[in-house]
Design a protein around this ligand. Structure first.
Ligand code: ADP
Length: 486
């Protein structure tokens, strides 16, 4: 593989522990690839359990002083970090596109979205209110205070290399927790860049640590079994979420889990079809279909099935696939060969069981891991696209007739993260919105993620919420104070 080192003032070829850029005890390195070209962008030290332990110790030592700072001081540091991210959005977006592949304008959008969580929690830091409770007898007074849980371990995926991290770190730091962060092995450079800016913003040594390494299981095990870590916050697959929850059981360690989805996207006969097509494009093809809230199963009512399919296919055909740095590109590569193989497998499974390709359906030959944006019709329940998260630019269109039938099918999954539907009739809107067993429902829109709203799932899609005023709750303990003998 060709080495084309990526240079930026916001990169280091190191992890970040106790305020120092370090290769730790790593004895080997691992490569970070550009998925659009297959080139090696960087070789990083392969840090593991021993370095994780040191980072935990640093975070543990730094936590009391960080928590003791007045909220407005923590707030001011976070605000500065936000300002630095916004001021350097182009540089950060370039790092993100290089290591992850998403088109540069989308990467820039992610940087601003990621920064928005820091801004939001810089503000919320000052609003961690407790409560007073009327006592049942006159000689007592009852108060509830909120305190930080302590050291938090975060483990994040590659699909949003910046935003998945700030969603966790910002509320954690805002309320006085300290963090050991393990980014995905495919996309550690964005995490490094965030730490460079955090350092510049004045985040004290030990408060935010980054461990780069490719042995997720070893790093995860240390984070879960070290009793100095009081909470694990994870975004990734349900499979790994289950492992982490099991590992946290021994110490009854708190967990926040943002896991897989299998989002239904429903178009009713009375929907505004053009809006539904726009929504489907936004929800399905953003990040080449590699988001946990991407529409995975599209249910279209019989009366508009053919019209919707034709309109969607026309828009999808017009998409431009390529290197995320090229102007006009809307679909970048899939993250790696494994991701590409899964998408191919889902499409060939569907075709072997009777589905038809309306557009796309093929990988693109060459060095990068590209797949043509695809629309499949005549899709049925027994196919993999119905049950598993495809994580690629493939829209399978299922046909349905009644509201009851589609609600039943939409809920027929162990997942419960995001759902979408397009409809006109208000009665139906309420009925469907309340019946969908999901943590988030987009109604007549394909985009709903924002730092101001609670993001998270039900069923096997996870525990806890990120963003909004509720996002701090996962990082706080409640303490009840009862004053007697008054
Ligand atoms: P994805 O399919 O998005 O790669 P994963 O759940 O495999 O989802 O990975 C998400 C994150 O979890 C990555 O940072 C990865 O390194 C990490 N990871 C993978 N396996 C484990 C494990 N057994 N314990 C802890 N972290 C893990």
């Amino acid at each position: 593989t060709k080495h084309v080192p990526f240079s930026s003032p916001f990169l280091r070829d190191c992890g970040y522990v106790k305020g120092e850029w370090t290769r730790g005890e790593a004895t080997k390195t691992f490569d970070v690839l550009n998925p659009a070209t297959g080139e090696v962008l960087a070789s990083l030290p392969d840090m593991g359990a021993a370095d994780t332990r040191k980072a935990i110790e640093a975070a543990h030592a730094a936590q009391p002083a960080w928590a003791a700072r007045p909220a407005r001081e923590r707030s001011a540091i976070l605000r500065k970090w936000f300002d630095l991210m916004v001021a350097n959005a182009d540089e950060l977006a370039a790092i993100l596109t290089a290591e992850m592949g998403k088109p540069f304008p989308e990467a820039r959008g992610e940087i601003l979205y990621a920064a928005a969580y820091i801004e939001w929690y810089a503000e919320e830091a000052k609003r961690i209110y407790g409560e007073t409770i009327p006592a049942p007898s006159n000689d007592k007074r009852m108060i509830v205070i909120k305190q930080p849980v302590g050291v938090v371990g975060t483990i994040t995926p590659w699909n949003f290399p910046a935003a998945m991290i700030t969603r966790k770190i910002a509320p954690a730091l805002a309320v006085g927790c300290t963090v050991v962060s393990k980014p995905a092995e495919q996309t550690p450079l964005s995490a490094i860049a965030l730490a460079v800016l955090a350092e510049q913003a004045g985040v004290p040594a030990g408060v935010f640590n980054v461990i780069v390494g490719q042995d997720g299981p070893a790093i995860g095990k240390e984070l879960c079994s070290n009793d100095k870590v009081r909470k694990i916050s994870f975004t990734g697959s349900t499979e790994v979420g289950r492992i982490l929850m099991r590992q946290c059981a021994d110490q009854i360690k708190k967990v926040s889990l943002e896991l897989g989805g299998n989002a239904p996207f429903i178009v009713f006969d009375d929907a505004d079809l053009d809006a539904a097509v726009e929504g489907a494009i936004a929800s399905k093809y953003r990040n080449a279909g590699q988001t946990c809230v991407c529409a995975n199963r599209l249910y279209v009512q019989s009366g508009v099935y053919d019209a919707f399919a034709a309109k969607l296919a026309a828009k999808v055909e017009a998409m431009s696939v390529g290197n995320g740095f090229d102007a006009g590109v809307t679909i970048g590569p899939l993250i790696d060969a494994q991701g590409l193989a899964k998408v191919e497998d889902h499409v060939s499974d569907a075709l072997s069981k009777g589905a038809r390709v309306l557009t796309g359906g093929k990988r693109i030959a060459g060095a990068g891991t590209f797949f043509t944006p695809t629309v499949l019709t005549d899709v049925a329940r027994g196919m993999k696209v119905a049950r598993e998260e495809t994580f690629g630019p493939v829209a399978p269109l299922f046909r349905f007739d009644t509201v009851e039938e589609v609600i039943q099918q939409a809920n027929d999954t162990e997942f419960g993260l995001a759902a979408y539907f397009f409809a006109g009739d208000l009665k139906k809107v309420w009925k469907v919105a309340e019946a969908l067993e999901y943590g988030m429902v987009g109604i007549n829109t394909g985009l709903m993620s924002t730092e101001t709203a609670p993001f998270g799932g039900v069923k096997q899609s996870g525990h806890g919420r990120e963003g909004s005023r509720h996002g701090v709750d996962d990082y706080l303990e409640m303490k009840y104070l009862c004053i007697g003998n008054l």
